[in-house]
Ligand binder design. Structure first.
Ligand code: OAD
Length: 247
């Protein structure tokens, strides 16, 4: 076991409140592309502002809807990987130890839930939909095998994925929870995120300003000087090591 891993284990053993923020990198080993990794990242091949904004949807709803239907097809059979399972085990371990372990994700997949974790989604849900005009949640069935636009039964505007697009506010309850958990924690762990998208990227700074120790788990670490312990590994390899040592 490396020194860094040992340091992370000691921090987690001594912490009472642990806050964990995950990003696309935690689902990479399940076969879901990240956004900004070279060659494989979604934003290498698509311009985010053409697909993930209300302006893009208003300009060309069919293109945006088709892209999300494509992503749903890409994600639908994917399974949680050892990183998701290790976090679910750590959350259970936390309960037995009188610790709180708040798990917050920027991901819109549901692999944390599938692994059995309780998780707060900051950027919405790939599998939920809402009206682009009246905001009503859409409960009807969506056929993922075709791209036809769907109309809101209330106001007839187009239905869109319930995902936070660039320029939109995060869901207020989820954001309040994330801020509180970050401000209250002794240890904050960011996993598989490039930490480029705010406000989520600011949570680690908030935690640090309140005295928390920061751990980063990332295959290509961000070189943020605020981080105390960097584990430059695949999440699916290092998280099972941490959980095996702690449980
Ligand atoms: P990014 O694609 O920006 O970053 C993914 C990070 O995961 C990178 O830093 C990689 O080095 C790291 N990574 C890749 N594979 C890994 C592995 N196996 N183990 C550990 N780390 C790994 O994704 P996010 O930071 O999540 O927003 O992106 C933030 C937001 O930007 C997303 O939520 C999305 C996007 O636009 C919305 O959809 C609203």
């Amino acid at each position: 076991m490396t020194n860094d891993v040992q340091q992370a284990i000691t921090l987690l053993q001594n912490a009472k409140h642990i806050c964990i923020l995950t990003g696309a990198g935690i689902s990479a080993e399940s076969g879901i592309p990240t956004f900004r990794d070279k060659q494989t990242g979604l934003w290498e091949n698509f311009r985010a502002e053409d697909l993930a904004s209300i302006d893009a949807f208003e300009r060309d709803p069919k293109m945006v809807w088709s892209w999300y239907q494509w992503r749903r097809n890409l994600v639908k059979d994917k399974q949680p990987n050892p990183a998701h399972h290790a976090l679910a085990s750590l959350q259970q371990w936390g309960k037995t130890q009188g610790k709180t372990l708040s798990l917050i994700t920027q991901n819109v997949d549901d692999l944390h839930e599938q692994a059995g974790s309780q998780v707060t989604h900051l950027h919405g849900h790939l599998w939920k939909n809402k009206c682009s005009q009246c905001d009503a949640a859409y409960q009807g069935e969506i056929d993922y095998s075709q791209d036809a636009l769907v109309n809101c039964p209330e106001c007839e505007a187009y239905i869109r994925p319930d995902i936070v697009w660039f320029g939109e506010m995060l869901p207020s309850g989820a954001w309040q929870y994330a801020e509180q958990a970050s401000a209250d924690c002794d240890v904050f762990i960011s996993i598989g995120t490039s930490s480029l998208v705010y406000p989520a990227a600011g949570l680690s700074q908030l935690a640090k300003s309140q005295g928390a120790k920061l751990i980063e788990i990332n295959l290509h670490p961000t070189h943020n000087p605020l981080i105390d312990v960097v584990l430059a590994s695949k999440a699916g390899e290092v998280l099972p090591t941490l959980s095996a040592a702690l449980l």
